[in-house]
Write a protein that binds this ligand. Structure first.
Ligand code: SF4
Length: 482
C-alpha cells in the first residue's frame, strides 16, 4: 500500500496494539516496553504503560509519539511492577489528542483504581453512552474506551468478572481489551473475535497477552493459544484462568485484513503464518492473472511476500525496483502542489537499472483510495519500464470498515466508484489484476465462516445501525448481512 505522505491519513490506518503481562515477583516494565515496541506498526500516534506492584496504586506513563521516543530508561524505572498493560494507538474513533491516549485509568468504588487499553471500534458506542449518561456517568473523552470504562464503573456487579461480562454483552463491534484491576490482568475479546488477541507463557504460571504473536517472539514468551472470542482471561499469581462472557459460537469473524496488510509478517493468526499467507496470495495472483514479463517487484514492505510468491509461481525473476524511505511518518506540513506531486518520490525511489526497458509486474497488498498508485506507476515508467502490470494481493475494497480499521468512507473508496477496467485506466497500468475473494481465502487457508471480509463483500458480521452507516456513505441497498 502506497500512502501519500501528504494525506492526512494513510490509505489503511492500522488500529491499535495492546499488551498485558503478569509475572510473579518480577519487574515487568522492560518486558512491557519491548512487547509494545514490537506492536508499534499497529499505531504510531501515542503509547502508554500502566503498571502496579502492590495492586493498590497504578503507575501510568502515556504520551503522544513513538514508543522509543516516549519510554526512556528513567521513565521505565518509575514504572516498576509485576503486572502491567500497555497500548500503542492510532485513533480510528475519538480525536488524536492527549486525553484519549491509553491506557486510561479511573477510580471505581467497588474495584479501586483500574487501567484499561482497548483495540477496535464499537458500533453502538453512542447508544451506550446515552444510557450511561442517564445513570449519571460523566464523559471526559470522545473515545470508545471510556464507554467501556464507564460500564464497569456503573455496573451493579459485585465482582470484576461479572462486570466484564456485562461489558461484553452490552457493547457491539470489534474489540480486544486488557484491564489492570488490583494486581491482576484481565483480557477479553468480542464474541466474534474480530480483533486479534493471543496468549503466551513465560515459564511456570507467568502469562502474557498481546494483539500479535510477534510481541511474544521479542520478549521470549512461548505462544499458547488465541484468546477465544467471548472469553475472559484472568492472569494472576495462580496463572491464567478462563471464563466465558458469552456462549461459544461455531462461527467467528477475525479481520481478514490482518493477513493482507495489518499484522506483522512474523505473526501467526489462527496458527497461520502471516508471511506464508501473503506468499500464497502472490502465488494465487500468478495463477489468476498470468502475464509475460521480465521482472516482478514489490511495493515495500507489505507487498514483498506476495511478490516473492508471485515470482516463484510464475518463474519470473524477483527483483527490487523501488526503495522505500522508512523514516517518513505522517506529516502535517502543508504541501504545495509541486510538493504533492513529488510526495510519492519522497517515499519511494526507483532503481533505474532494474526497470530500464523491462516489462515489469508491480505487486502491492491493496488499493484503497487509489490516489497514489497512479503517480507511482508514472514514476516507474519515467525510470524506463516498457510495460507496467499491476497485481494486487487482495480483492477490490468497495465497503468501509466499522470495526476498528480506518479504511475511509464509501465515497472515498475507489472500488466503490469504478470498475476494475476503469481503475486500470485511471492509474495508467498496462494490466491490472486483483486477487479474487476465493483466492484470498485459499491463500489464508481459513474458511469464510471464521473471517470478516465485509470491506470486500459487504457482508457485515455485526449489524451496523443506519445512522453509523450513513456517516460512511453506506446505504440500505449496499448492505448484505453475513
Ligand atoms: S470490514 Fe474489513 S478491515 Fe474491517 S474488520 Fe472486516 S475485514 Fe477487517
Amino acid at each position: 500500500m502506497i500512502d501519500s505522505i501528504f494525506d492526512d491519513k494513510p490509505e489503511i490506518a492500522e488500529e491499535c496494539g495492546i499488551f498485558g503481562i503478569h509475572c510473579k515477583g518480577e519487574d515487568v516494565s522492560k518486558l512491557t516496553f519491548f512487547g509494545i515496541f514490537s506492536l508499534q506498526h499497529r499505531g504510531q500516534e501515542s503509547a502508554g504503560i500502566a503498571a502496579t506492584d502492590d495492586g493498590k496504586t497504578i503507575k501510568l506513563h502515556r504520551e503522544m509519539g513513538l514508543v522509543t521516543q516516549i519510554f526512556r530508561e528513567e521513565i521505565l524505572q518509575e514504572l516498576t511492577g509485576h503486572a502491567a498493560i500497555a497500548h500503542t494507538r492510532y485513533s480510528t474513533n475519538g480525536a488524536s489528542v492527549a486525553r484519549n491516549i491509553q491506557p486510561m485509568v479511573t477510580h471505581t468504588e467497588k474495584f479501586g483504581e483500574i487501567a484499561m487499553a482497548h483495540n477496535g471500534d464499537l458500533v453502538n458506542a453512542d447508544e451506550v453512552r446515552e444510557v450511561l449518561k442517564k445513570k449519571g456517568a460523566e464523559f471526559e473523552s470522545t473515545s470508545d474506551s471510556e464507554v467501556i470504562m464507564k460500564i464497569i464503573e456503573c455496573s451493579d456487579a459485585d465482582n470484576i468478572i461479572d462486570a466484564i461480562t456485562e461489558v461484553v454483552n452490552t457493547i457491539k463491534g470489534g474489540f480486544a481489551v486488557v484491564l489492570l484491576v488490583g494486581d491482576k490482568v484481565y483480557a477479553f475479546r468480542d464474541p466474534m473475535g474480530i480483533r486479534p488477541l493471543s496468549l503466551a507463557t513465560m515459564g511456570d504460571d507467568n502469562f502474557v497477552v498481546a494483539s500479535e504473536t510477534c510481541a511474544f517472539n521479542t520478549i521470549g514468551a512461548k505462544y499458547v493459544r488465541e484468546v477465544n472470542p467471548g472469553e475472559i482471561l484472568c492472569l494472576d499469581e495462580n496463572g491464567a484462568r478462563s471464563t466465558r462472557a458469552t456462549p461459544k459460537k461455531e462461527e467467528a469473524a477475525l479481520c481478514c485484513f490482518e493477513y493482507v496488510y495489518i499484522a506483522r509478517p512474523d505473526s501467526n493468526l489462527y496458527d497461520v503464518s502471516v508471511h506464508a499467507a501473503r506468499r500464497r496470495m502472490g502465488a494465487e495472483l500468478a495463477k489468476e492473472y498470468p502475464v509475460d514479463a521480465d521482472i516482478v517487484f514489490p511495493i515495500p514492505h507489505t507487498g514483498t511476500p506476495a511478490a516473492i510468491g508471485l515470482a516463484q509461481e510464475s518463474k519470473i525473476p524477483y527483483m527490487e525496483a523501488v526503495i522505500k524511505n522508512y523514516y517518513i511518518h505522517r506529516t502535517f506540513i502543508e504541501p504545495t502542489q509541486q510538493l504533492r506531486e513529488l510526495g510519492v518520490r519522497m517515499k519511494l525511489s526507483p532503481l533505474t537499472e532494474s526497470l530500464r526497458g523491462k516489462r515489469v509486474i508491480m505487486v502491492d497488498d491493496s488499493i484503497v483510495r487509489g490516489t497514489t498508485i497512479g503517480p507511482t506507476i508514472k514514476m516507474i515508467r519515467d525510470a524506463g519500464a516498457a510495460e507496467v502490470h499491476v497485481r494486487i494481493a487482495s480483492p477490490p475494497l468497495p465497503f468501509p470498515c466499522f470495526y476498528g480499521i480506518d479504511t475511509a468512507s464509501r465515497k472515498e473508496l475507489i472500488a466503490a466508484r469504478m470498475s476494475v477496467e476503469e481503475i486500470r485506466q485511471y492509474i495508467g497500468a498496462d494490466s491490472l489484476g486483483f486477487l479474487s475473494l476465493e483466492g484470498l481465502l485459499k491463500a489464508i487457508g481459513v474458511g469464510h465462516d471464521k473471517l470478516c471480509c465485509a470491506c470486500l463483500d459487504g457482508k457485515y458480521p455485526i449489524e451496523i445501525n443506519k445512522e453509523m452507516r450513513e456517516k460512511k456513505y453506506l446505504f440500505d441497498e449496499d448492505v448484505k448481512g453475513k
